[in-house]
Design a protein around this ligand. Sequence first.
Ligand code: FAD
Length: 386
Amino acid sequence: MSVKQVLIVGGGMVGAACAIKLAKQGMQVCVIEQQVIDPQAVLQSDQVDIRVSAINRFSEQLLDELGAMPALRQNRIAQYTQLEAYEDKPEQLLFDSQELGASHLGHLVENKLIQAALWAQFEKYDIKVCSPEGQAQQLLQTPQGATLIYEHEQFECDLIIAADGGRSRIRQLAGIGVTGWQYQQHCMGILIKLDAPQQTKTWQQFKPTGPIAFLPMQYPYANLIWYDEGSKLKALQQLDGATLKQRIQEHFFELPGDFEVVTAAVFPLARQHANTYVSKRLALVGDAAHTINPLAGQGVNLGFKDVVALTHALEGCESLDDALNRYQRQRRGENLLMMSMMDACYFGFSNSLSPLKRLRNLALSAANKSGPIKRQVLKHAMGGVT
Ligand SMILES: Cc1cc2nc3c(=O)[nH]c(=O)nc-3n(C[C@H](O)[C@H](O)[C@H](O)COP(=O)(O)OP(=O)(O)OC[C@H]3O[C@@H](n4cnc5c(N)ncnc54)[C@H](O)[C@@H]3O)c2cc1C
């Protein structure tokens, strides 16, 4: 049985990528999005988004295949060639693209630009966008098809794909539960304007109060990530730019130059995994299926991998159930592994007991000298693509 009509709920980065991929496979695609955007206006706007993603080489290849990379390359996008993790220098783990003979490890891009560059392709592939009033009220899944019912409208299709983020309404309507927890810590993203040449190294330092990270964006911007207790971060966010800058200087020792704070936002952190990624005529992708600690910037990269796995499974499938099960088998275990690795890192570095600290520093230093193992980890971080 072939799938002809697909309804994708959520046109964020993952849903939009999925829409184009399926339309390219010849399916009729409709995207339901509660916040419709004008992609050209977003791409032309000089308003910088505080939400940025480190996209790896796998995601870059997908965005290229979907026609989004040219618009991104003409916009604000920054390549990074080095990635460093440390607790106390000189012990550190440094990944360099040169070790693999690659030009770069990945890119840092604003989320809204990725979304807009994908939406800019919708017209070409005849992808319809709808924004029905109110919330979806009912989801019917029968052997003949799926129906999503709103107060004044209803949508019928062969398959529904839920790409509506961590609080997925569709997952809820389908009665799919999640396992996970809310981390005690929150994280604050701080957009700064940096008085330094274009930076190409992204780094992360593990501190007893939580990690901090530096993400270089296109000159003159950069994003700082600060993990700590939610109440502390919310108090910091209320400070005026000059006082916040002072606090940042006390906490981030390694900034490459003077800077000006543009804006800051605090995000709660959750780990959440859907108990199943599929049910009758339904598949979950991206954050609707898994929300991961953003420690190593993997969330949307995993979402893009879901898109590739799901669309491959659906291509010319004889049985929709078999295709959905194949998708789930391919992705659920890998996503779970990545979530657990992030947690091992997060909790492993969240205490300041000196013997453990010494051990961690030795581990980072040993990993740095580990040659082939390090190259394997690096390849994995790049999404398996060099
Ligand atoms: C602080 C922070 C830093 C991060 N950094 C990175 C990083 O460096 N690299 C990385 O890979 N990931 C990163 N992530 C994770 C990444 O942002 C997410 O994994 C990604 O946004 C998930 O994309 P998505 O399209 O699945 O969901 P979302 O981005 O949540 O998009 C969901 C879309 O669905 C729409 N929607 C929601 N509900 C409905 C509804 N009921 N009806 C219709 N539409 C609906 C929304 O409007 C939205 O457009 C970070 C996350 C955080 C919090």
